[in-house]
Design a protein around this ligand. Structure first.
Ligand code: GDP
Length: 309
């Protein structure tokens, strides 16, 4: 099984999502070797790189202790209802990022509610603890109240908490700790985010949860590989939602190295990647093994068009 962890970040605007991701990416190299688990940076055409595909522009990946950690951005708006649902389906946990001064804001509530309904157990990150007059303990209390209000179960209510100053690049488990780096947050992710289920030796099954059109490589599909592996130039079968089968060939596989979009030769079960080459691809469809095409369960695909704008 490939060593992968998939998380999304839920945050009200300005609570520090960008800064936190930057700090996580920056320090990841510091702790342990920068291993390449299952991807290879290709010589890519500079022009194409420059005109880069902007779908999921805030997604990122980094390596830690032999694992590849995929961070998927979530739009914090009810307008993106369908997209939020689909993103939450791809991940195994979420980081709920809350400003230690401002506390819980209404815009995080909607996505958090969805995450709890999906059965995910959030890791709460109280950020900006360096801010004068911030009250991290009171914020944790109000997060707890919010979980209760949103109907969290006992496991979810027992959420792990990390205190952070993303701007200063540190995280801690107890407020009085003197820690000066992000290590406690990495460790929390390693400990609390479950490894994806799935088997890389089974026939390929990838669920498409978002699509976009790129004028250079055509229609793109993003999603999680549930079983098997997918390789560049592989012939696959696309299973439409009505059961129709369409043959196609994978021309490109994209992942992330930090914030940079990279081409991959192959990707394994558990990973979240973007593929090109199948122009008929749509949300909710399964990309499957050509010899043994089996569909994944159908997903809700409300409001897919809104998510593309
Ligand atoms: P995003 O909108 O959630 O992506 O938030 P940003 O990462 O862009 O941060 C919003 C603002 O908060 C910026 O001015 C950051 O410098 C600031 N900020 C982020 N993290 C911290 C922190 O830990 N402490 C303080 N004092 N400011 C922070």
């Amino acid at each position: 099984m490939s060593k992968i962890k998939n998380i999304a970040i839920i945050a009200h605007v300005d609570h520090g999502k960008t800064t936190l991701v930057d700090a996580l990416l920056k320090q990841a190299g510091t702790f342990g070797e920068h291993e390449k688990v299952d991807e290879r940076v290709m010589d890519s055409d500079d022009l194409e790189k420059e005109r880069g595909i902007t779908i999921f522009s805030k997604n990122a990946s980094f390596h830690y202790q032999g694992y590849k950690i995929n961070i998927v951005d979530t739009p914090g708006h009810a307008d993106f209802g369908g997209e939020v649902q689909r993103i939450l389906k791809m991940v195994d946990s979420v980081l709920l990022l809350v400003d230690a001064f401002e506390g819980v804001m209404p815009q995080t509530k909607y996505v958090l509610k969805q995450a709890l309904e999906h059965g995910l157990r959030p890791i709460v990150v109280v950020n900006k603890i360096d801010r004068p007059n911030s009250d991290p303990d009171a914020v944790v209390d109000s997060v707890f109240d919010l979980f209760v209000e949103l109907g969290a179960n006992d496991i979810q209510l027992d959420f792990p908490v990390v205190y952070a100053s993303a701007k200063n690049g540190y995280a801690k488990i107890e407020l009085e700790d003197e820690n000066k780096d992000m290590k406690p947050l990495y460790d929390m992710i390693m400990q609390h985010v479950e490894d994806p289920e799935g088997d890389a030796s089974e026939p390929l099954q990838m669920l498409i949860t978002n699509t976009e059109y790129d004028e250079y490589v055509g229609k793109l599909g993003t999603g999680r590989i549930y079983n098997g592996k997918i390789s560049k130039n592989e012939e696959v079968t696309l299973i439409k939602r009505n059961g129709d089968l369409v043959n196609g060939k994978i021309s490109k596989i994209y992942g992330y190295d930090g914030l940079k979009k990279i081409e991959m030769e192959e990707a394994l079960a558990g990973d979240i990647v973007t593929i090109a080459g199948i122009d008929k691809i749509d949300i909710g469809e399964t990309v499957a093994d050509k010899e043994n095409p089996k569909p994944l369960p159908l997903i809700d695909i409300d409001e897919p068009t809104l998510a593309m704008t």
